[in-house]
Structure formats: structure tokens, C-alpha cells
Write a protein that binds this ligand. Structure first.
Ligand SMILES: Nc1nc2c(ncn2[C@@H]2O[C@H](COP(=O)(O)OP(=O)(O)O)[C@@H](O)[C@H]2O)c(=O)[nH]1
Ligand SMILES: *[C@@H]1O[C@H](CO)[C@@H](O)[C@H](O)[C@H]1NC(C)=O
Ligand SMILES: *[C@@H]1O[C@H](CO)[C@@H](O)[C@H](O)[C@H]1NC(C)=O
Ligand SMILES: *[C@@H]1O[C@H](CO)[C@@H](O)[C@H](O)[C@H]1NC(C)=O
Ligand SMILES: *[C@@H]1O[C@H](CO)[C@@H](O)[C@H](O)[C@H]1NC(C)=O
Ligand SMILES: [Mg+2]
Length: 482
């Protein structure tokens, strides 16, 4: 099924099978003639009309307004064609995914299997690998691993990537086509596809002697035969306390020379079919632990996955509008008044207690509010010194359920977000989605060290708000002393 995003429907053109029959070419010519005529109109001054797809974001205008010479136009034509998702598949989603793959296009995919923010990082890594291998990324849905594992069969409503992140915007920003699995294989397909994929997990850690398990392949009805990647994909050879591999080690397996050298007998899949890693739809079991140069580099300024992909993963306009309503309600601002600047705070508790040092009580392990308050003052000071702005409002987001703790937050005159009806109104993904958008809109951010929710929020506040960020350390009494 196609996305219901109306912006897809603006491209009321679908490629013929394999995309190059004379009929297809004629339709495409017609389409591009119309587009270029529109571009010319836009250049005559009607930017607003052309850009109405992007209400507050002005991009790519200059590409449409160069010299009116045909060579430039044909380059633009090629570039823009790449950004039409329909140009990267044969046509409508098919029962078996292979029937929808173009013979002249190579693809890359993977699946998530962590908390939501871990999976967001895995998809950033997938898209970045797509860039460096020149393959079209096919993005998986987000599956609710946390509650699904505990409560199997109770709720496995998936969250499509494109419902959260603005895909048309991302395609233009990175100038690459991007597909979702729902564009390739019919969501209601009853066909199971056999496929060969690389098993990275068994090469990067020594505890679990199997490929990384995920509900992603199950959801897309894929039965995978895994080939273990060579040991050299691991960043720190034989070091059991680190799990990273590198982008270029994994990318090298996308090309025939290294692939040929690395083939070992695959594990048969559930249906007892053994397949070497697919060359058309290249796939890896798990792409969370991937870096260019060092472990956890997504937190660092130079991270290529963040710079080339993550920072361009803007929220969908719908999610932004919904969140603005929540922020207005939290700050008690009328719908027609502008949202004043605020500091966003993320406090991660619950299962993080498993990382507390031994013999440390929970009260000593998690940072108390007084320690978080010190970090809030630091970012307030930095905002004052660096930008000359005074920011008083503080919005706290957290997975904490303890009412006493929230009452202590109120005491500080910090604000919590009322999510009492969010699940009922929008579904169970929305409390974290809305909180993540709120975090990203802070003029400054204070987070919890080691939480991927906080890591992504801090990168967004740095890149999008040019705001100061701090991570509160925890694990024992005085962990954040500095
Ligand atoms: N609503 C809400 N949920 C949160 C918050 N922090 C954590 N959670 C929940 O806990 C999960 C934590 O998993 P993950 O996204 O992997 O982040 P991490 O475990 O903190 O690295 C999130 O996906 C949410 O479901 C928060 O501030 N607000
Ligand atoms: C899947 O949905 C499409 C469109 O809604 C329909 O045409 C098709 O028959 C369905 N296929 C199956 C196997 O249910
Ligand atoms: C890879 O191996 C296959 C079969 O052994 C061979 O046909 C092919 O030429 C090899 N390709 C490269 C690039 O070495
Ligand atoms: C799986 O396939 C192999 C090779 O074709 C065969 O020898 C084996 O008996 C099969 N195993 C099962 C459980 O069917
Ligand atoms: C709730 O939080 C308060 C204050 O932080 C703490 O003293 C209390 O032990 C917590 N209760 C539970 C059940 O965790
Ligand atoms: Mg997690």
C-alpha cells in the first residue's frame, strides 16, 4: 500500500514495469515538462506557491532557478527523478518483494531490535551505509520491542518511519532516494520471501551465539539465511567489552571483491533454505553498533551518521503541530501566541537501575533533582553569556511514574507534560514521540548520560537550536560532581 502522505500523491505518475518502456518514457517526459514549466513559473517570483509543500523551510530554490540551459535542466531532471520514491521500484507494492525491485537499482536494508531511540540510530546508520555504498535504503518500521517482548501478541502496532520523520524533506536534504518496506512489499502480503543476509552480531560480541533477533523480518514476512561476517568487521579485535563495527568494514562487503573473499557457509533459514548474502537487497541483521572511528561517536561532533543523515531527519509537520499544542498547554500559552523559549530536561529511570554500581541504593544511583538543577543553571548561564537570552521555563520529560518524584519537580516550578490522555487519543507511541519533539525544541537541553533518548535530543538541540547541552552523570553518589 502507498503512504497516505498527500505529498506522495502530488507525484501522480507511476513508472512502467522496469521503468523504461516507450510509454513510460513518454509519460515521464510529459511529467518533467510540466515540472520544469512549473519551475520556470517559480523563478518568475511565485516561490511561495512552489514551496507550499514546505511551509517554513525554504530549500532547493536555487536548483530550480539556474541558467535556463538545457544541460542544467537535464541534470536537475536526473537529480529530482532520484528523489521520487516511485522511481526506485517497479510499481505498486508486490506480494513478493523481489517482483518490485528494479534490475538497474541496488538496495540495502536492516531491522531494529532495541528501544525506539536505538532503532532511530540504527536507521541513521542504515541510511549512511546506503550513501557510501550507493544503494537505495529500504527502511523498516519501528516495532515496539519493549512492550512487545513482555506482552507478545498484545500490541504490535508498528510505527512507519515516515509517520515520524519527514521523508520528502530527508530525500531532498541528502539528495538520495529512500524507500520504506511498505513501498516495496505489500503490507497485507501472505508470501514469505527467503533471503540471505549478513550476521554482524556474532562477529561483534561473544555472548550470544546467534544472529541478532528482531521482529522486523517477521513483520515483513522474510525468512533469513544468515552468513556470519568476518571477524575483522569488529572495531576492537577480540575485545569483549565493546560491540562496534565500522561503516567501511560493513560497506566493503557490499562490493564483489570483499564479498567473495568473505563468503562462508550460511545458516539455513526456518524453512531450511540456505542462501548467500543477497546482492540485490543487501541486508545486515543489526546496525546499531556502527561507527566510523570510535565507539559511541554518535554523541560526538564529527559523527558522519549524524552530520550526513541524522541532522536532516526532521519531524513530520503533523507531529510538530501536535507537539506545539502540547507545549502551549504545558506553558499555558494561547494557541495564537508564540511559544516562548524553554529549557528541556530528560530524566531516564526505570530499567536503567540495572546499570547502577553494586551496593549502591537507587537513591544514590540516579541523580537527585538538586544535581539536575545545577546542570539547568549551567545551561541558563551559557544561554545568557553566549546568546544574551534569559530562559526561565523548564519542561521536564521522563519515563518516571512515581508521583512523589513528580511532586518534587513541581516544587522546583519546573513543568511536566500532561500525557494522561495521549495514548488514548493518539496511540501508545505518542507519549515518547511528543516528548522527543519537545526535547528537540529546547533552547538548551539537560539529559541523562547513556540514554539514547537524551543523546538524540542533545544532538538535535545542538544542530537545530544552536543550544547548549549537558548530560547528567549517574550510577553512584556524587557521580555528576564536577
Ligand atoms: N514518554 C516518555 N517515554 C520515555 C521517556 N524516556 C524513556 N521513555 C521510554 O523508554 C524507552 C527507552 O528506550 P530507548 O528509546 O531505547 O532509549 P534509552 O533506553 O533511554 O537509551 C523509550 O523508547 C520510551 O518508550 C520520556 O521522557 N518520555
Ligand atoms: C491486499 O490489499 C490490496 C489493496 O487493498 C488488495 O487489492 C489485495 O487483494 C490484498 N491482498 C491480500 C492477499 O489480501
Ligand atoms: C567472485 O566469485 C565468483 C565465483 O567464484 C566469480 O565468478 C566472480 O568473478 C568473482 N568476482 C570477483 C570480483 O572476484
Ligand atoms: C535441510 O536441508 C538439508 C540440505 O538440503 C537436508 O540435508 C536436511 O535433512 C534438511 N533438514 C530438515 C530438518 O529438513
Ligand atoms: C518515589 O520517589 C520518592 C522521592 O524521590 C522516593 O522517596 C520514594 O522511595 C519513591 N517511591 C518508590 C515506590 O519508588
Ligand atoms: Mg534503549
Amino acid at each position: 500500500m502507498m503512504s497516505t502522505d498527500p505529498r506522495y500523491n502530488n507525484d501522480d505518475w507511476s513508472p512502467s514495469r522496469r521503468g523504461n518502456s516507450p510509454q513510460g518514457l513518454n509519460r515521464r517526459r510529459l511529467f518533467w515538462t510540466a515540472r520544469l514549466a512549473l519551475a520556470a513559473v517559480a523563478c518568475m517570483g511565485l516561490f511561495a506557491m512552489w514551496n507550499s509543500e514546505f511551509p517554513s523551510r525554504m530549500i532547493l530554490q536555487k536548483n530550480w532557478c539556474g541558467d535556463a540551459n538545457s544541460e542544467l535542466y537535464s541534470q536537475q531532471q536526473l537529480a529530482a527523478q532520484k528523489l521520487n520514491p516511485l522511481a526506485s521500484v517497479v510499481g505498486s507494492p508486490t506480494e513478493s518483494f523481489r517482483d518490485n525491485l528494479r534490475l538497474d537499482t541496488k538496495y540495502i536494508t536492516s531491522w531494529g531490535s532495541g528501544g525506539w531511540s536505538n532503532d532511530v540510530i540504527s536507521i541513521m546508520n542504515l541510511i549512511y551505509l546506503g550513501l557510501i555504498t550507493e544503494r537505495v535504503p529500504v527502511l523498516p518500521v519501528f516495532l515496539p520491542s519493549h512492550f512487545m517482548l513482555n506482552n507478545y501478541g498484545d500490541d504490535h502496532s508498528p510505527l512507519p518511519f515516515g509517520d515520524v520523520f519527514d521523508l520528502p524533506w530527508l530525500r531532498r536534504a541528502i539528495n538520495e532516494p529512500l524507500l520504506e518496506w511498505r513501498d516495496v512489499k505489500a503490507s497485507n502480503s501472505t508470501v514469505t520471501d527467503d533471503i540471505g543476509c549478513w550476521n554482524v552480531w556474532e562477529s561483534i560480541q561473544y555472548h550470544d551465539k546467534a544472529p541478532r533477533q528482531s521482529f522486523g523480518p517477521w513483520f515483513s514476512k522474510l525468512d533469513i539465511s544468515y552468513t556470519k561476517t568476518p571477524d575483522w568487521v569488529k572495531l576492537k579485535q577480540n575485545f569483549e567489552h565493546d560491540r562496534y563495527s565500522t561503516f567501511w568494514a560493513l560497506a566493503s562487503l557490499a562490493f564483489p571483491f570483499r564479498r567473495n573473499q568473505s563468503l562462508v557457509p550460511p545458516l539455513p533459514n526456518k524453512r531450511n533454505v540456505s542462501l548467500p548474502p543477497d546482492e540485490h537487497m543487501l541486508c545486515y541483521d543489526f546496525l546499531y553498533y556502527v561507527a566510523a572511528d570510535q565507539s559511541d561517536e554518535i554523541e560526538l561532533d564529527y559523527s558522519p551518521a549524524w552530520r550526513f543523515v541524522g541532522q536532516h531527519m526532521q519531524w513530520t509537520p503533523r507531529l510538530e503541530r501536535l507537539t506545539d499544542d502540547y507545549i502551549r498547554r504545558t506553558l499555558n500559552v494561547r494557541w495564537d501566541e508564540p511559544i516562548p523559549p524553554f529549557i528541556s530536561v530528560h530524566v531516564r529511570h526505570n530499567d536503567f537501575k540495572e546499570w547502577c554500581e553494586p551496593d549502591v541504593t537507587l537513591e544514590e544511583c540516579f541523580a537527585p533533582l538538586s544535581v539536575i538543577e545545577r546542570r539547568v543553571r549551567e545551561v541558563q548561564d551559557e544561554l545568557r553569556e553566549r546568546k544574551g537570552i534569559e530562559v526561565e521555563h523548564v519542561i521536564v520529560t521522563s519515563d518516571e511514574k512515581n508521583h512523589t518524584w513528580w511532586a518534587d519537580v513541581d516544587e522546583l516550578r519546573w513543568l511536566g507534560v500532561d500525557h494522561s490522555r495521549t495514548k488514548e487519543l493518539y496511540g501508545r507511541w505518542y507519549p515518547i514521540l511528543i516528548d522527543a519533539v519537545i526535547q528537540s525544541k529546547g533552547s538548551a537541553f539537560v539529559g541523562t548520560a547513556r540514554s539514547t533518548v537524551s543523546i538524540l535530543a542533545s544532538r538535535r538541540v545542538q544542530s537545530w537550536q544552536d543550544g547548549p547541552v549537558r548530560m547528567v552523570q549517574w550510577g553512584k553518589l556524587g557521580a555528576d560532581d564536577h
